[in-house]
Write a protein that binds this ligand. Structure first.
Ligand SMILES: *[C@@H]1O[C@H](CO)[C@@H](O)[C@H](O)[C@H]1NC(C)=O
Ligand SMILES: *[C@@H]1O[C@H](CO)[C@@H](O)[C@H](O)[C@H]1NC(C)=O
Ligand SMILES: *[C@@H]1O[C@H](CO)[C@@H](O)[C@H](O)[C@H]1NC(C)=O
Ligand SMILES: *[C@@H]1O[C@H](CO)[C@@H](O)[C@H](O)[C@H]1NC(C)=O
Ligand SMILES: *[C@@H]1O[C@H](CO)[C@@H](O)[C@H](O)[C@H]1NC(C)=O
Ligand SMILES: *[C@@H]1O[C@H](CO)[C@@H](O)[C@H](O)[C@H]1NC(C)=O
Ligand SMILES: *[C@@H]1O[C@H](CO)[C@@H](O)[C@H](O)[C@H]1NC(C)=O
Ligand SMILES: [Zn+2]
Length: 476
């Protein structure tokens, strides 16, 4: 009779603690938000109390190295695949694939051909294949049928739909009868205004304040829907923005014969497809044309850009120095702010903040790669990541120690008990405390039974048995 009871009490003692955590882990919810073109240091240009609130009760990464080219579509696809552009296939906002003999163009919203997206599998599809549901409010690519699937819920892209309407959809999906566990929310600013005004313009202040108000609105709506305490909110962006000037223009017509090439991708990374037999003419004419233009043959692209091994990278790629603009001639469209430049430049880097049960509080990290977000998302959603170029271990320190998989399962019960439970604000960890209370009651009840029997029988090998039984259970 006694050994069985000892076993049972040990099992409960061992299970009760992980149980308190799994109450949370079973239902990790993630909301990924992108404010397009939100440069890392916009946080300090004007007061941004809502962003700072998230940072103080969550985590903040100061420098996020995004991927080359630092454009919208390539970077948004990296955030949801963890792949460099050459591996996920969305190498630019405007592309030509010579094998498919097809074009992809943001200018004409000619982006709906699935073949351009199918070199990778975005996280919403992997999430759905694992039996979960996803919802997307205009995140780039979420209204494209990729590998025969859309997100479970999505909004067809329409830039006129307000932020409030997008938030309403996200809340609806998270609170429906079959709630989503992954939400993706996209907003076009401060990118649009950054292009028009230039990031150095004093008029950018109100634009950034407006984004802060939008974040405040999102937080209020999450609180009203009782989601704020159990949603893992991640706020990031695709790239930054740099100031341009009419004094810094590189005019291709000055150096190249228009009939010798097709310009596929535009400023500040000109993707040049020479006409049949014109490769050498074009390359030689451009190579030393301008001190602020670096011209690469495709196979000579720097390794660190991971921007070579894809058919959609054109034979000649000309990259402008920061703040320089490439035009064919002066009548082409000029922008006061732009991005797309070398991803090593700080001005190209986006923000990264997160808040929620999985994240630490008031924690600042110096740097991360944007490819590391994908394995972090997969970890939070408990899904198996597809092959990618990031690493969870690079960003594991953002996670609070109460996060299920961050618990070292090899420790014995006594070590777990003694390892110090994380300090939570009560309102931030409601399910956690219910779990903890339940677990504690079970432990106490069984300890009482256990001690009663111990006193009665005085088993000498108790210590030995305790660790033997507890360890394999915790490793399971
Ligand atoms: C590529 O497509 C264009 C029309 O979009 C067509 O004129 C051309 O012949 C095609 N080229 C090849 C090699 O199939
Ligand atoms: C886009 O949204 C606006 C505002 O909600 C609406 O008036 C318009 O009809 C929508 N356009 C399309 C093509 O659905
Ligand atoms: C542009 O080229 C000039 C001459 O080489 C150089 O001094 C300057 O630093 C370059 N500008 C940028 C932004 O790199
Ligand atoms: C400038 O380039 C655009 C398109 O590349 C072309 O339509 C326009 O005619 C050109 N203007 C001049 C003055 O060459
Ligand atoms: C966050 O940390 C800063 C300095 O490290 C401290 O001044 C502040 O009070 C902390 N905030 C919270 C909410 O713990
Ligand atoms: C970013 O990735 C590079 C290459 O994999 C690596 O060397 C570097 O340490 C990473 N940076 C951070 C901050 O994790
Ligand atoms: C990125 O990941 C993909 C998929 O695993 C792989 O094929 C590719 O070689 C990786 N790129 C680098 C630079 O490691
Ligand atoms: Zn963008």
């Amino acid at each position: 009779m006694f050994p069985q009871l000892l076993l049972v009490s040990c099992i409960f003692a061992a299970l009760s603690l992980p149980m308190t955590f799994s109450l949370q882990s079973g239902q990790q919810k993630v909301l990924l938000v992108s404010f397009d073109g939100f440069r890392w240091d916009y946080l300090y240009k004007v007061p941004t109390p809502n962003f700072h609130h998230v940072m103080e009760y969550g985590v903040h990464v100061k420098q996020v190295t995004n991927i080359f080219i630092t454009k919208t579509y390539p970077n948004h696809y990296t955030l949801v695949t963890g792949l460099f552009a050459e591996s996920h296939g969305i190498v630019a906002n405007d592309m030509f694939d010579p094998i498919l003999n097809k074009s992809f163009s943001l200018d004409h919203m000619n982006i709906y051909d699935p073949e351009f997206w199918e070199e990778a599998t975005p996280i919403w599809i992997t999430n759905q294949r694992a039996g979960h549901t996803s919802g997307a409010a205009m995140w780039p690519g979420t209204d494209v049928k990729i590998h025969n699937s859309f997100p479970t819920h999505y909004m067809p892209y329409n830039e006129s739909v307000s932020f409030e309407e997008r938030v309403a959809k996200i809340i609806e999906w998270f609170t429906s009868k079959e709630p989503i566990n992954l939400g993706l929310l996209y907003w076009e600013d401060p990118d649009d205004m950054g292009h028009q005004l230039g990031p150095d313009s004093p008029l950018m202040g109100p634009v950034i304040s407006d984004i802060d108000h939008k974040l405040g609105y999102l937080i209020r709506m999450l609180k009203r829907a009782n989601l704020w305490n159990d949603i893992n909110l991640i706020i990031t962006s695709d790239h930054g923005m740099t100031q341009c000037s009419k004094e810094r223009i590189i005019e291709l017509d000055k150096y190249l014969d228009k009939d010798h090439y097709t310009l596929i991708g535009h400023s500040p990374v000109a993707a040049i497809l020479p006409k049949e037999g014109k490769f050498d003419d074009v390359y030689e004419a451009l190579a030393d044309a301008h001190p602020n233009l670096t011209v690469y043959k495709k196979e000579e692209m720097p390794e660190r850009w991971h921007y070579k091994y894809n058919n959609r990278v054109q034979p000649i790629v000309a990259v402008a120095d920061e703040g320089w603009h490439i035009l064919q001639n002066k009548s082409d469209e000029f922008l006061l702010g732009n991005h797309g430049y070398d991803n090593a430049l700080a001005e190209m880097h986006p923000i990264f903040l997160a808040h929620g049960p999985a994240f630490r509080e008031n924690f600042t990290k110096e740097a991360m790669n944007s490819t590391d977000l994908y394995p972090l998302l997969c970890h939070l959603l408990s899904i198996t990541a597809m092959p990618h170029n990031g690493s969870l271990s690079n960003v594991q320190d953002l996670l609070s120690s109460a996060t299920p998989k961050a618990i070292p399962y090899t420790q014995s019960t006594t070590l777990l008990l003694g390892s110090g439970l994380p300090e939570y604000e009560p309102e931030e960890a409601y399910p956690y405390f219910i779990g903890l209370a339940l677990g504690s009651i079970i432990v106490i009840v069984f300890s009482v039974i256990f001690i009663k029997h111990l006193i009665h029988s005085q088993v000498p090998a108790l210590h030995y048995m305790h660790t033997e039984i507890a360890q394999p259970l915790l490793q399971a």
